[in-house]
Design a binder for this molecule. Structure first.
Ligand code: BGC
Length: 892
C-alpha cells in the first residue's frame, strides 16, 4: 500500500510537472530524447531540449556541454561535446560530440543568452546510455521450452553472490512477451505491461532498471515472471493473433551489470544455469483476462534462501528478432486508483461494483475465504436489465473455442491463508463495472475492490475550462478515452479490440498533442509502421499486426498515419526528426498510390465510418487523403532540402487536388458530390476548395447543417465539420453543433451518462458500440483551435510563432485554453459580458504571435498603444511578443 501511495504520488507529480515547472521561471526542464534523466539511451545522437525562464524575451544563442564528469560539466568543460555558442533561438539540439560509450552516465547543461546578452545557465542534468549496440549483450535468450499452448506463466530465478560493496547496478532486460522483474523479493519499478507491444519478430524492446538499492553485498536473488502479452496470444478472436508468425512461449534475455566500489564490473546474465518453474498465474491473456491460483504460490521464490532444487534449468533459445532496441517512452502505469462509488450485494456469492467512470485498467480484489474458493471478476462497461454486468457490446469479435477463457473475466482461486489479494499483471480491460461471483459465499464491502486506471503515463500539456458544464464534461471524457487508448501505441478501444487502428489515431492526433506530451509514444509507433510496411509501400489497417489488416480496412483514409502523424509531431514540437526518419516510408506509400491510382482519384478506403444518415462519397474522402499525404510529402521534401522530390510531389499534389475538383465539385452550385455535410466539410478542412469557391462552399455547408438541424457525419466528417464551419465564418453554428445534447452529438452521450466517448452516435446500436473509443475525439482539439484560437504555424513550428484566432461564440460566456508548448505555456482566455469581451493571452518567451480578430471587433489593450494597435490591425493581424496582454473587445 505504502509503495502504491508513493507511486501514486510520483505519478501525480509527473502529471503536475509540466505545469509546475513552468511557474518556476528558471532555465530548466532539461530533457534528453524528450525524457527527464532517462536511462538506457541507445541512439548515437540524442536530442536535448530545455525550457527558458518565463521572463526571458528572446534567446539569441545557446551552448550545450556534455561530459562524463559532473563537476567538469558544471565548470563548463564538456569532454564529450561542447556545442560552442550557437546563434539560434531554438530550444532543441542534436548531440554532435564524441561517439557515446555504453553503460555511461553523461552529464549535461545548457547556457542561453537573451537579446540583451544576459547569460543564464541551467543546473546540471544527466542521462545514461544503454547497450549502444546489440554486440554488447552478454546473456543468452532463455525460455522454459514448454509448448506455447501451455497456460501457466513461468518463473525464472537465479541466485548469486555479490562479493563486494556495490556502487551501482543496472538490469537490462529484453523480453518477447511481458515481464515482472524482482530483486530479493521486491518488484523492480512501477511500470506495467513492459515491454511495449511491437512486431516482435522485427523489433524487440529492452528496458533498463536502476537496481542499485535492491541488491546487497553477499547473497542476492533475481526473479522474473514472464507473461504472454501479444507475443503468445492464446485467446482467439477475429484478428488471428493466435496465428501471429512470431508466436511462441515467452522468452527473455537479461544482463545485470554491477559496478563495485573498487571499480570492477561484473555481469550476471541469463543462461541455462537459470532455474525455472511454473507460477500461480495459471492463465494470462492480454486480450481477455488473467487466472491465478493462490494455492500454487511458492513463498520466497525470488529471494536468496529459496530452495530451487525441484526447479528445472532454463534452456537457451534463439532471439525473437535481429533488432533489440531500448524502450524510451513514458511507460504504462497504474496512474490512478479509484474506489467504487457503489456496491450492490446481489446474493451471498454475487456482488456488483460501480466505479462511476469508464476506464482502461485492472481491478484489485482483497478477500478472505476458504481454500479453493473460485472467484470470477467480470469487467464490463454496462449493466443489463437483470442488474448484472452485460458484455454483449464488447465481446462481439471474440471467438472462444471453449469456456475456459471467459471474456474480461479474471479468475482468482483462494489459498485460504487469511486476507489475500489479486490484481492482473499481464492484462488490462475496459470497464466501469465489476461483478464479483464466487462459488462459495463471501463477505465483501466497498473496500474489497479497487480499480486502477492504466495507460501510457504521458505528461499533461493542455487544459480547457469554460462556463459550459457540458463542454467541460466532453473535454474530460475525451481525455479519458484518449488515455484509455494509449498503451505504448494508440488503440481503438480498451475492451473489444485493443488494436492499433490507424484511422482512429490520425483523426485524434491533434487532440492528443494539445492535451498530452505524446511524442515518445508516437515515435515508437511510427517505428512500428516501418516494421509493418510492405515493400510496395502498403500498410496494414492495424499496427502492430501479425498479418491481419493488409486485406481490409487499410485504405488511404486509415493508413495516412504514416504522413499525418509525423507532420503533426513536427507542427507541435518543431522537431524534424520523425519526419526525416519516416520520409522514405511516406514516399514509398505515396509512390504506391501514384502507381495504382495515376488519375489522382481513388476509392481505396472505408469511407465515412459509422455515419448517421447520409452516405458520403468514398471516392471523394479517399482522394482527399491521397492529396493530404502527397502534400505532406512535398512539404517534408522542402524542409529536408530534397528539391527534386519537392518539385515532383508538389506537382502531384496539385494534380490530385485538380482531379478532385474536376470530378466532384459543381462550380455552379458550390457543392461536392451530393452536398452532404462530410462532402462539403472535408474539402474545406483539407484545403481542397479553390480559393474563389470557399465562401460559397462554406455557405452551402452552413445551410446544409441548418437544414439537417443536426450533425450528419461519420468519422472522417467528424474531423472536419466543426473546423470547416469555424474556420470559414460560422463559428457560432459550429458551437451550436458542438454543444448539442440531443442525438446525434457528443452531448447526447454525456446526457446518457457517458464518462468516455462512444464508438457510435447511437446509444442503442447493435454493433460498433464500444463505450470507450477515441475515434470521435477531434472535438477536444477543436476547443483549443476554434474557441481558444491556438494554432501552430508550419513556417515556425513548435508554436515558435503562434497563430491566434479565437471565436467568442454565442452560448458561451467564458473560455480558457492552456497549452504548454516546447517554448512554454500559452494561455488564451476570455470572458464575455453581453457584447463586451475581456480577452487575455499569454505568449511565452522566445516566441511571437499573430492575433487575428474579426474586423467588426473594437479593440483596446492595456499593453499596446492604440495607434500601434490600429496600425497592426490594418495589416490584418496584431503582432505580439512574449508577455501577457489584456484586450477589451466589443462584438456585434
Ligand atoms: C474499430 C474502429 C476502426 C474500425 C475500422 C472497428 O472495429 O473499433 O475504431 O477504425 O473498426 O473499420
Amino acid at each position: 500500500m505504502k509503495r502504491f501511495l508513493s507511486v501514486l504520488f510520483l505519478t501525480l507529480l509527473s502529471h503536475l510537472f509540466l505545469f509546475a515547472t513552468q511557474s518556476l521561471g528558471k532555465l530548466d526542464f532539461l530533457r534528453c530524447e524528450y525524457l527527464v534523466t532517462p536511462l538506457g539511451v541507445d541512439v548515437p545522437t540524442p536530442r536535448f531540449s530545455w525550457r527558458l525562464p518565463a521572463h526571458l524575451n528572446k534567446q539569441q544563442a545557446y551552448q550545450v556541454i556534455v561530459g562524463t564528469d559532473s563537476v567538469a560539466v558544471a565548470n563548463g568543460t564538456g569532454g564529450a561535446w561542447d556545442s560552442g555558442k550557437v546563434l539560434s533561438s531554438e530550444v532543441l539540439t542534436v548531440y554532435a560530440g564524441k561517439a557515446m560509450q555504453p553503460y555511461t552516465r553523461y552529464y549535461w547543461k545548457v547556457s542561453v543568452w537573451d537579446d540583451a546578452n544576459n547569460n543564464y545557465t541551467s543546473a546540471v542534468s544527466h542521462f545514461e546510455t544503454g547497450l549502444m549496440g546489440m554486440h554488447n549483450w552478454k546473456g543468452s535468450w532463455i525460455s522454459d521450452t514448454h509448448d506455447y499452448r501451455l497456460k501457466p506463466a513461468a518463473y525464472f530465478r537465479k541466485a548469486f553472490d555479490a562479493g563486494r560493496k556495490i556502487r551501482q547496478a543496472r538490469a537490462y532486460i529484453a523480453v518477447a512477451g511481458l515481464y515482472e522483474l524482482s530483486i530479493n523479493g521486491t518488484r523492480v519499478g512501477d511500470h506495467r505491461l513492459d515491454p511495449a507491444y511491437t512486431r516482435f519478430d522485427r523489433r524487440t524492446l529492452y528496458l533498463t532498471h536502476d537496481i542499485t538499492q535492491l541488491l546487497q553485498q553477499g547473497d542476492n536473488a533475481v526473479g522474473v515472471l514472464l507473461g504472454n502479452g501479444w507475443y503468445n496470444h492464446q485467446s482467439t478472436a477475429v484478428w488471428n493473433f493466435d496465428q501471429a508468425p512470431w508466436r511462441g512461449r515467452p522468452k527473455f534475455c537479461m544482463d545485470i551489470r554491477i559496478v563495485y566500489e573498487d571499480g570492477k564490473e561484473e555481469f550476471v546474465s541469463t543462461g541455462s544455469d537459470w532455474k525455472t518453474s511454473l507460477s500461480p498465474v495459471i492463465f494470462n491473456s492480454i486480450y481477455t483476462a488473467e487466472h491465478y491460483d493462490a494455492r500454487k504460490e511458492q513463498a520466497g521464490w525470488n529471494t536468496p534462501g529459496f530452495d530451487d532444487e525441484k526447479w528445472k534449468n532454463a534452456a537457451c533459445t534463439s532471439a525473437p528478432s535481429n533488432l533489440i532496441v531500448s524502450q524510451q517512452m513514458h511507460p504504462v502505469r497504474d496512474v490512478k486508483q479509484l474506489n467504487p462509488v457503489k456496491m450492490t450485494k446481489l446474493s451471498d456469492t454475487d456482488y456488483l461494483f460501480d466505479f462511476g467512470q469508464n476506464m482502461s485498467g485492472v481491478s484489485e480484489l482483497i478477500v478472505t475465504g476458504k481454500p479453493g474458493t473460485e472467484i470470477r471478476l467480470k469487467h464490463a462497461e454496462r449493466i443489463g436489465e437483470d442488474g448484472k454486468v452485460d458484455m454483449s457490446n464488447i465481446d462481439y469479435h471474440y471467438r472462444p473455442t471453449d469456456d475456459s477463457d471467459p471474456f474480461q473475466t479474471d479468475i482468482f482461486i483462494l489459498s485460504g491463508k487469511g486476507e489475500e489479494s489479486f490484481r492482473a499483471r499481464f492484462n488490462y480491460k475496459g470497464f466501469q463495472y465489476v461483478e464479483v461471483l464466487s462459488n462459495e459465499p463471501i463477505e465483501l464491502t466497498t473496500n474489497s475492490l479497487k480499480a486502477y486506471f492504466m495507460h501510457s503515463d504521458v505528461p499533461v500539456v493542455g487544459k480547457v475550462t469554460s462556463s459550459s458544464e457540458l463542454l467541460n464534461k466532453i473535454w474530460e471524457a475525451t481525455n479519458r478515452s484518449y488515455l484509455s487508448n494509449l498503451f505504448g501505441y494508440p488503440t481503438d478501444c480498451p475492451q473489444r479490440e485493443k488494436n492499433g487502428w490507424t484511422g482512429d489515431a490520425h483523426i485524434a492526433i491533434e487532440t492528443a498533442l494539445y492535451n498530452y506530451d505524446g511524442i515518445t509514444v508516437y515515435e515508437k509507433w511510427l517505428a512500428d509502421h516501418q516494421d509493418e510496411q510492405a515493400p510496395n509501400g502498403v500498410l496494414p489497417a492495424i499496427i502492430p499486426t501479425g498479418g491481419w489488416g493488409y486485406h481490409w480496412g487499410n485504405g488511404v483514409d486509415w493508413t495516412s498515419t504514416i504522413a499525418i502523424i509525423p507532420w503533426n509531431i513536427y507542427l507541435f514540437y518543431g522537431d524534424k526528426h520523425l519526419l526525416e526518419s519516416v520520409y522514405d516510408n511516406i514516399k514509398r506509400y505515396v509512390d504506391y498510390l501514384n502507381y495504382t491510382y495515376p488519375s489522382g482519384i481513388t476509392d481505396w478506403g472505408l469511407g465515412d465510418w459509422i455515419p448517421i444518415k447520409a452516405r458520403s462519397s468514398k471516392e471523394l474522402t479517399s482522394s482527399i487523403y491521397y492529396y493530404v499525404d502527397t502534400d505532406i510529402l512535398a512539404k517534408a521534401a522542402k524542409l529536408l532540402n530534397k528539391q527534386r522530390d519537392y518539385e515532383k510531389y508538389s506537382a502531384l499534389a496539385t494534380k490530385i487536388k485538380n482531379s478532385i475538383n474536376v470530378r466532384f465539385l459543381d462550380e455552379q452550385k458550390g457543392i461536392y458530390c451530393s452536398g452532404h455535410q462530410t462532402e462539403l466539410s472535408t474539402p474545406l478542412y483539407w484545403n481542397i476548395v479553390p480559393e474563389h469557391m470557399k465562401e460559397l462552399v462554406a455557405k452551402n455547408l452552413a445551410e446544409r447543417v441548418e437544414k439537417d438541424q443536426s450533425m450528419d457525419v461519420g468519422l472522417l466528417g467528424s474531423k472536419a465539420i466543426l473546423n470547416a464551419l469555424s474556420e470559414n465564418g460560422y463559428a457560432d453554428l459550429a458551437y451550436k453543433l458542438a454543444s448539442k445534447d440531443t442525438y446525434p452529438s457528443w452531448g447526447w452521450w454525456i446526457k446518457n451518462g457517458a464518462t468516455t466517448l462512444f464508438e457510435n452516435w447511437r446509444t442503442d446500436g447493435y454493433r460498433d458500440i464500444s463505450l470507450n473509443h477515441i475515434m470521435f475525439g477531434e472535438i477536444s482539439a477543436w476547443y483549443y483551435k476554434a474557441l481558444g484560437g491556438l494554432f501552430p504555424d508550419a513556417s515556425a513550428p513548435g508554436f515558435k510563432h503562434i497563430i491566434l484566432k479565437p471565436n467568442f461564440v454565442t452560448g458561451l460566456t467564458s473560455f480558457e485554453a492552456n497549452h504548454i508548448s516546447p517554448y512554454g505555456e500559452i494561455v488564451s482566455s476570455w470572458n464575455k459580458n453581453r457584447n463586451k469581451v475581456q480577452y487575455t493571452v499569454t505568449i511565452p518567451s522566445n516566441t511571437s504571435a499573430s492575433l487575428y480578430l474579426d474586423d467588426a471587433y473594437i479593440v483596446k489593450s492595456k499593453e499596446i498603444k492604440s495607434q500601434i494597435l490600429s496600425a497592426q490591425r490594418e495589416e490584418g493581424s496584431i503582432k505580439l511578443t512574449p508577455g501577457t496582454y489584456h484586450f477589451e473587445i466589443r462584438i456585434k
